[in-house]
Unconditional design. Structure first.
Length: 201
């Protein structure tokens, strides 16, 4: 069995409905049932070595999992309003502790592109302090660059000219950096190992 952690998608609407139903019913006597797992409040839950339930015979693939139904427009709007209110309360709290801090600007598409760019460059060793050996995560950088490529593909025709230019320029730059880095890695791999030191007589 693999020790690789997996994520499980949990439908928060079902949990909320169960909680409301429990609040309406009289409390039941205590039983010996196990307590709910940690992190059962919703959202992605890290599952480590948890046995999977046996799939029904009609299932076509062992890796195929049933996903919860998409939220309705009303549920999405209600959640967004609650999120915005919670985020505003947090910002008000932070600004109360730091009066000199101004209002935070809204997140834009350029912020998203910048986040991908910074992640890819750091994974390729950029930003290493002088005198330290750069730590390179070349496979992580490849995944980040590929995600940026997926974003470019899925947003094609839905961006302003400025957003499209920024996205393509960033994608070109990180791909070039990846090519240069992999070229260096290949050259180092092709170098013969140093001869073993000869024993002194």
């Amino acid at each position: 069995m693999s020790d690789t952690p997996k994520f499980t998608v949990i439908d928060r609407r079902k949990i909320k409905a169960d909680e409301e139903q429990e609040n309406q019913q009289p409390s039941a006597p205590a039983t010996d049932s196990a307590p709910p797992p940690v992190g059962s409040g919703g959202g992605p839950r890290l599952v480590v070595n948890e046995p999977k339930p046996e799939a029904p015979s009609s299932q076509t693939s062992e890796n195929e999992e049933e996903l919860p139904a998409a939220p309705t427009a009303e549920e999405s709007q209600e959640q967004k309003e609650a999120y915005d209110a919670s985020a505003q309360r947090l910002e008000d709290l932070v600004r109360a502790q730091n009066p000199a801090m101004g209002e935070q600007p809204p997140i834009t598409f350029e912020n998203l592109i910048q986040q991908f760019y910074l992640s890819a460059m750091i994974q390729m060793g950029a930003g290493t302090q002088e005198g330290q050996h750069p730590r390179v995560d070349i496979l992580g950088a490849r995944a980040t660059i590929d995600m940026l490529g997926v974003l470019a593909e899925k947003t094609r025709g839905n961006l302003t000219a400025e957003e499209e230019n920024t996205l393509q320029a960033v994608l070109f730059e990180v791909r070039m950096a990846f090519l240069e880095l992999t070229k260096m890695i290949n050259m180092q791999a092709m170098q013969p190992p140093p001869p073993p030191p000869q024993a002194k007589r």
